[in-house]
Design a protein around this ligand. Sequence first.
Ligand code: SF4
Length: 78
Amino acid sequence: QAATPMLAETDPQAGALGYKADATKVDKAKFPKYAAGQLCNNCALYQGKAADAAGGCPLFAGKQIAGKGWCSAWAKKA
Ligand code: SF4
């Protein structure tokens, strides 16, 4: 079985949600809701463990998301 590919920022859905593999590169003019410290690995939707470099996300089925990434669907863990 092939390894799950990393989500590309050029993926249309990734672009629509402002996904960046490096959260510090988020377009803050376009996504003013972004706040420093928000990362995929502390997002409620992240399926990896907090320490994992990459993990799944239900918004991007079949892809791996960077733990240090971010998208505009970021949600605080309960
Ligand atoms: Fe990352 Fe959360 Fe967006 Fe998924 S929903 S890509 S885990 S910020």
